[in-house]
Design a protein around this ligand. Structure first.
Ligand SMILES: NC(=O)c1ccc[n+]([C@@H]2O[C@H](COP(=O)([O-])OP(=O)(O)OC[C@H]3O[C@@H](n4cnc5c(N)ncnc54)[C@H](O)[C@@H]3O)[C@@H](O)[C@H]2O)c1
Length: 328
């Protein structure tokens, strides 16, 4: 029998998860929920499924086996609790919330009910990341730097309102923060500074930090730096470089292509990032739902919560201008 899949929020990223599930012979799109009726109608025309504006009503009506939650960071809570109430395993896009308290409440409900819940940190599914993890397990990095540097993110008004998105570090560079955790273990403390917003010229409504840098002390003894910027129109890109005694591992670009330099100086590994990473991530999620086990899912809710907690600690440091201990 096909896996019955529902969606809460059907905006930009949901389009990718809808398209890959639509192609699966063993899955069926049964429900779509959004507060934007025009968008809902357009998605329904393209992907089918019954349309709703309330998650609870949808989950009551469609008997879903799994649900995607693709809400903006500020809107989490009721959707996840509706999945808990109706015992529907859910996949939630990163970041899991703008609010640590809300996310902890959801995490506790997920744990209490033993509900399957996955988080959309899709870079964990990449071959380049798997190879780096394999090498670094035996030869941990001493120093790491990474980040997301680009121009003004004009498409989503909620994105450059920090109260709604959590700011660039929590919303976007969270991908790099998550990889830092995945490849190097947990953080102990952070010290974060934001640049002056005198560099912003694009919009009067810009209510986030235009650039920031966070120094991270890792439990492993390593040190890292994660940079974020939304005011660099000439670009900068997505990058993550990890340096261990025997390897230099350079990820570059949204696809996370990697070049791995060995200390012997004799060879360089070159792995291209997958261009269909959401399909790979979605296949793993639907397989997990069919199996009733999170095997193959690279980030569960509790893990996603740790990436949120680390970004939130950096935000606290950014506003207090003091180092902050990371408490999971
Ligand atoms: N994994 C990735 O690389 C990736 C890429 C893009 C976005 N995302 C994440 O996905 C999330 C959504 O981003 P997006 O780009 O799709 O945003 P979007 O603004 O395009 O879509 C969000 C949708 O949520 C709907 N919505 C808002 N409040 C709602 C509510 N209470 N109930 C139902 N629907 C509601 C909006 O009407 C909109 O259709 C964000 O957390 C973002 O970080 C992840």
């Amino acid at each position: 029998m096909a896996v019955r899949v529902a969606y809460i929020a059907v905006g930009n990223i949901a389009g990718y998860h809808l398209a890959s599930v639509k192609k699966m012979p063993d899955a069926e799109i049964v429900g779509l929920c959004d507060i934007d009726k025009a968008r809902l109608e357009a998605r329904q025309k393209e992907f089918g499924g019954e349309a709703f504006t309330n998650p609870d009503q949808m989950l009551k009506a469609v008997k879903a086996d799994a649900c995607y939650i693709c809400l903006p960071p500020y809107a989490h809570g009721p959707a996840e609790m509706a999945c808990v109430k109706h015992k529907v395993p859910f996949f939630v896009e990163k970041p899991i919330s703008v609010n640590v308290k809300t996310a902890k409440k959801i995490a506790a409900a997920v744990k209490r009910t033993k509900l399957m819940a996955a988080v959309g940190y899709m870079n964990r599914y990449r071959a380049s990341v798997a190879r780096a993890k394999q090498l670094l397990a035996k030869d941990p990095p001493a120093i790491i730097y990474g980040g997301w540097i680009g121009g003004y993110p004009g498409t989503h008004p909620w994105l450059f309102d920090k109260k709604k998105s959590g700011g660039q570090l929590l919303e976007q560079s969270t991908h790099t923060v998550d990889l830092l955790r995945y490849l190097c273990g947990e953080a102990e403390a952070v010290a974060c500074y934001a640049a002056s917003n005198k560099f912003v010229s694009e919009a009067k409504t810009f209510k986030a930090d235009c650039a920031s840098t966070v120094a991270v002390r890792m439990k492993s003894g390593a040190v890292a730096n994660i940079m974020s910027a939304w005011v660099c129109r000439a670009g900068g890109g997505v990058f993550l470089s990890l340096f261990s005694p025997n390897y230099r591992i350079d990820f570059s670009g949204w696809n996370h292509d990697v070049k791995i330099y060995h200390a012997d100086g004799l060879h360089v590994e070159d792995i291209k990032g997958e261009t269909n990473i959401f399909e790979i991530e979605d296949r793993a999620w639907i397989n997990a739902v069919k199996a009733g086990k999170l095997n193959g899912v690279m980030s569960d809710y509790e893990d996603g919560l740790k990436s949120l907690i680390l970004c939130d600690a950096a935000n606290v440091s950014m506003s207090t201008r003091r180092p902050v201990k990371v408490k999971f």
